[in-house]
Design a protein around this ligand. Structure first.
Ligand code: NAP
Length: 348
């Protein structure tokens, strides 16, 4: 892969869990990386990025930008050849207004960033961080098939699965804008649930909550039978880099190493750490999950359409077109847990 270090690149939402690893990878390549965060003065959000800038060959330039402020990415984008648009809220708990909290920032933000790409002559490629939830909404949508890049989520709404809805509408908006012009091309990555060590201590990413809940004993009485496609955060960063610089990269890319259940995650940890954590040992029968779900913020429709429905992904395109070699889920989970222990996020 040829990486032209003469032109800067832009990463939006650079302080995020996924984007921080991408920034690291770009700085390792010696690139000048323009990064946007909401508040560059918030040290808790940017200290790790500044540390990467000091340690690695590339150069970091910090800019302030908000998805909902028209034109706010223009200054950061000036002169950039590749734009990595990762910023988007990834929150699934405690959402009271899916439209306002998730869909609006995701869709308006994407239009805002890509509108600046339209107005910035140096931009030749935009890489969008979409998600597998733009491929399917509920596990039941897969109907036992292996999901591919041809599939689209058609079932999520602002009231049922608002986060998947936000990612689907944002990706549709991006393709619409890409097709309306010919200077820049759009390459999309669609990661599954991203796990693996975090460089940032201040991300709100749901990725960081899931493993925490498991090892803190919150789920010790049992977990629903829920399949998830997972992928290592470092492999997601590598996929972004390749999507940005491989000339032949095009279209969408499912990024999933393996499908695992919540119980599989617990079993991976137990096999390494024995009885150190209060991990679940069983799955809770679906009728019981259906009964108690609403008291734990899980709708009965979610239970009906996700619990017990198998999930499988075809990751061939990412392996063949991007040349991605996936870390196994076991390594991802154990190294993620080790980082949480080392940083004092969890105690065992
Ligand atoms: P994260 O750590 O919460 O990162 C989200 C980023 O978006 C943060 O930098 C956040 O800034 C920024 N953001 C949110 N609202 C914003 C706004 N109004 N204006 C500007 N920036 C805003 O979550 P992540 O897991 O790294 O997610 C990054 C991307 O990957 C998202 O597009 C997400 O949908 C996608 N993705 C994640 C996963 C996963 O499992 N983690 C899977 C598939 C796709 P603040 O820090 O200021 O809030």
């Amino acid at each position: 892969m040829q990486i032209d270090t003469n032109h800067p690149v832009l990463v939006t939402g650079a302080n995020g869990y996924v984007a921080s690893w991408l920034v690291q990878r770009l700085l390792e390549e010696g690139l000048t990386v323009h990064v946007t965060v909401r508040d560059p003065a918030n040290d808790a959000k940017v200290a790790h990025l500044k540390a990467l800038d000091e340690q690695l060959p590339g150069t970091l330039k910090l800019f302030a930008a908000d998805l909902l402020t028209e034109g706010s990415f223009a200054a950061a984008m000036e002169g950039c050849r590749v734009v990595f648009h990762t910023a988007s809220p990834f929150v699934v708990r405690g959402i009271s207004d899916g439209e306002k909290d998730l869909i609006e920032p995701a869709v308006r933000g994407t239009r805002n960033v890509l509108g600046s790409a339209d107005a910035t002559p140096s931009v030749h490629r935009v890489v969008l961080t979409s998600s597998v939830v733009a491929i399917y909404g509920d596990n039941a949508d897969a109907r036992g098939r292996r999901l591919t890049e041809e599939d689209w989520n058609t079932t999520s709404t602002a009231n049922h699965q608002p986060y998947p809805c936000s990612k689907t509408r944002a990706e549709h908006a991006a393709w619409e804008m890409a097709r309306a012009q010919s200077r820049w091309d759009l390459v999309v990555v669609n990661p599954g649930l991203v796990l693996g060590p975090s460089l940032s201590q201040s991300s709100n990413s749901e990725s960081l909550a899931i493993l925490g809940d498991l090892v803190k004993g919150k789920l010790r009485t049992g977990v629903p039978k829920l399949d998830m496609g997972v992928v290592d955060v470092r492999d997601v960063a590598e996929a972004h880099l390749r999507a940005g610089f491989l000339p032949q990269a095009e279209g969408r890319h499912i990024l999933v190493s393996e499908t695992v259940s919540m119980l599989d995650l617990a079993n991976i940890i137990r096999a390494e750490h024995g009885g150190r954590f209060k991990l679940p040992r069983n799955t809770v029968p679906k009728p019981l999950v259906w009964l108690v779900g609403p008291f734990q913020g899980i709708s009965r429709r979610f239970v009906a359409r996700n619990v017990g429905h198998p999930l499988a992904f075809d990751n061939r395109k990412s392996r063949e077109s991007l040349g991605l070699v996936y870390r196994p889920a076991q390594q991802t989970v154990l190294e993620h847990l080790q980082q949480m222990l080392d940083d004092g996020v969890v105690r065992g």
